[in-house]
Design a protein around this ligand. Structure first.
Ligand code: ZN
Length: 174
C-alpha cells in the first residue's frame, strides 16, 4: 500500500467526469488499497479516485478515520438512488486545504454501488455518512463542495479560490 499524492485545487483532474470501472482486477484492488492508505495518512474521512489523479468512479469513506475497520466503505461505480431531507453542516475537502463552509446536503441517501469483486450492493446512510457519500460522488462528476455554496458564502470562497489558483500559478512560473 502506498500513500499517493493528493491532487489540489485547481488541478484539472478534479473537474473530470470520471468513467465507470469495467474491470474488477488487481489494478483496481491496488488503487483502493492506496486510496485507503492515502485517506488515513491525510487524515481524512473520504477520498475519491480523481483526488489521486485516477479518472475512475471509485471512492472510499471512513468516518472513523482509520479507528474502526467496520466503518470503511468502498464504492465502485456508486449511484445515489434516493435522497431525503436536507441539512446544512460544515464541510471541507482534502483537495482544497484551508477552506471549510456550510453546505446543504440530503439528510438521508440510498446508494447503489459495486464492491471490489464487482458485486452490486446497496447502502442506506444518514447524516455524516450521507454527507460524505454525497461529497465523494460529486468528485466523480468533477463537482467540488465549493460549487454547492450560495450567496455571500460563495462569493467569499470564490475570492479565496482565485487567490489559491494564483499562488499555484506563481509557484509554477517561478
Ligand atoms: Zn473532497
Amino acid at each position: 500500500m502506498t500513500v499517493r499524492p493528493i491532487r489540489l485545487f485547481p488541478d484539472e483532474v478534479l473537474r473530470v467526469r470520471c468513467p465507470e470501472v469495467e474491470t474488477f482486477d488487481d489494478e483496481l484492488r491496488r488503487l483502493v488499497a492506496d486510496m485507503v492508505e492515502t485517506m488515513r495518512a491525510a487524515p481524512g474521512v473520504g477520498l475519491a479516485a480523481p483526488q489521486v489523479g485516477v479518472e475512475r468512479r471509485v471512492m472510499v469513506v471512513d468516518l472513523s478515520a482509520g479507528e474502526d475497520p467496520a466503518q470503511l466503505h468502498v464504492f465502485v461505480n456508486p449511484r445515489i438512488v434516493e435522497e431525503e431531507g436536507s441539512i446544512a453542516d460544515v464541510e471541507g475537502c482534502l483537495s482544497i486545504p484551508g477552506i471549510s463552509e456550510k453546505v446543504e446536503r440530503p439528510q438521508r441517501v440510498r446508494v447503489e454501488a459495486r464492491d471490489l469483486a464487482g458485486e452490486r450492493f446497496e447502502l442506506a446512510a444518514e447524516d455524516w455518512l450521507a454527507r460524505a457519500i454525497c461529497h465523494e460522488t460529486d468528485h466523480l462528476d468533477g463537482v467540488l463542495f465549493v460549487d454547492r455554496l450560495r450567496g455571500l458564502r460563495r462569493e467569499k470562497v470564490r475570492r479565496q479560490l482565485r487567490k489559491m489558483a494564483a499562488e499555484v500559478e506563481e509557484a509554477v512560473l517561478s
